[in-house]
Design a binder for this molecule. Structure first.
Ligand code: GTP
Ligand code: ZN
Length: 362
């Protein structure tokens, strides 16, 4: 084995670079390119990049739909950045915050020739860095040479696309006893992805048998609901309700998956909340930002359950997609246990939207 980073490790580096506003280089058989996150690229680097060659802004089909412009590449659109348009223009196209104040972003000149593969890998990368799903691309023959002189992270575009679609391998790091007010027989397990990325947790209550379906909950992180007692969602009561039910039965396992905001991260979730204050529902807000309704990867949950020795669950959920994902990833769902707690005047619309648009069971 070589000492250098593999593709997953280099992608982790690239995420840090992109979050800091530093470009990365994507190599591709159709042509190499420098890639910036639209959210973080500053005016200085953008001007330097414009001096090298014409820039392209890649946005998702969801964002294109909001901007009423076609997505010629299917899942994404490549629009030319007008000369001298600057970071303000890039940000306004990528970020829906000012859509209602300044609705006309176009007309856009679309780039329809060449391969969209680099744009696709770039959007996948910035999304996985929990940034707005839009990337500035500078196609450049000398990108590799520039990477050498400027110390930029280099990734193969096709490898990025393959890695984004591959299941993340996780390993247990540590577990220890954790007496909790709900149950003194608690134990917290920490799991870490092989690429050194974000950790996920499992709270085990009692000593659930491995050869029978375990009462289980796949909980997605919700800082606002879990910690702050937000009334906009039902996450806090669901978290506490699930643990209470496991304590009452004497055994269970709650996975705490760090996929805040259905996988878009807290900053983007707050952008979605701001759009909800403008009158859009939870699904429309995700789409206006350029995301799908739900960007979570529930394969993580199945992988952790398997690592813990569980093959079958009684799943506490109202979300049929979680059941489908468990079964598709080798965890039998012997029973769905409804979890209906925490309805408030503030979240009634949110819960109704989840039922109407995301198939949640009421
Ligand atoms: N993007 C976005 N995420 C939200 C919003 N409200 C809550 N969330 C996130 O949604 C997730 C809630 O997930 P869960 O409660 O685990 O899952 P669920 O799909 O509702 O399914 P069940 O609760 O199991 O029925 C958390 O990650 C929250 O942060 C919102 O308006 N927009
Ligand atoms: Zn929540």
């Amino acid at each position: 084995m070589t000492l250098g980073p593999d593709i997953a490790e280099r992608m982790n580096r690239a995420r840090a670079d992109l979050r800091a506003g530093v470009p990365v280089v994507l190599t591709d058989p159709a042509g190499d390119a420098l890639v910036f996150a639209a959210e973080t690229v500053g005016p200085g680097r953008l001007t330097t990049a414009e001096g090298i060659g014409p820039l392209i802004l890649a946005i998702t089909n969801r964002r294109a739909e909001t901007l009423r412009t076609p997505a010629y590449d299917g899942d994404l659109a490549r629009v030319a950045v007008p000369a001298g348009a600057g970071a303000g223009w890039v940000r306004a196209v990528a970020d829906p915050a000012s859509d209602l104040d300044a609705p006309m972003k176009g007309p856009f000149r679309h780039v329809r020739t060449g391969s969209a593969a680099v744009a696709r890998a770039a959007i996948g990368l910035v999304k996985s860095a929990r940034l707005l799903p839009a990337a500035v691309i500078l196609p450049h023959e000398g990108a590799l040479a520039l990477a050498m002189t400027e110390g930029l992270t280099v990734l193969s575009g096709p490898e990025v696309l393959a890695a984004l679609g591959a299941p993340v391998a996780l390993h247990p790091v540590v577990h220890a006893r954790l007496p909790m007010s709900v149950s003194e027989a608690g134990r917290l397990h920490v799991f870490r992805p092989e690429d050194g990325g974000e950790e996920h947790y499992a709270v085990e209550i009692g000593q659930p048998a491995r050869d029978r379906p375990v009462l289980a909950r796949l909980h997605s992180a919700c800082f606002t609901g879990d910690l702050l007692g937000s009334l906009k969602c039902d996450c806090g009561p669901q978290l506490r309700g699930a643990l209470a039910q496991m304590a009452a039965e004497g055994a269970g396992v709650l996975l705490y998956l760090n996929q805040e905001g259905r996988g878009i991260g807290l900053a983007n979730k707050m952008r979605a909340y701001s759009l909800q204050d403008q009158g859009f529902d939870t699904v429309e807000a995700n789409h206006r930002l350029g995301f799908e309704d739900d960007e979570r990867d529930f394969r993580l949950g199945a992988a952790i359950l398997r690592r813990m020795g569980f093959g079958a669950v009684r799943l506490l959920t109202n979300n049929p997609a979680k059941i489908r994902m468990m079964e598709a990833n080798g965890i039998e769902v012997a029973e769905r246990v409804p979890l209906k707690v925490g309805k408030t005047a503030h979240n009634a619309g949110y819960l109704a939207t989840k039922a109407a648009k995301s198939g949640h069971l009421l």
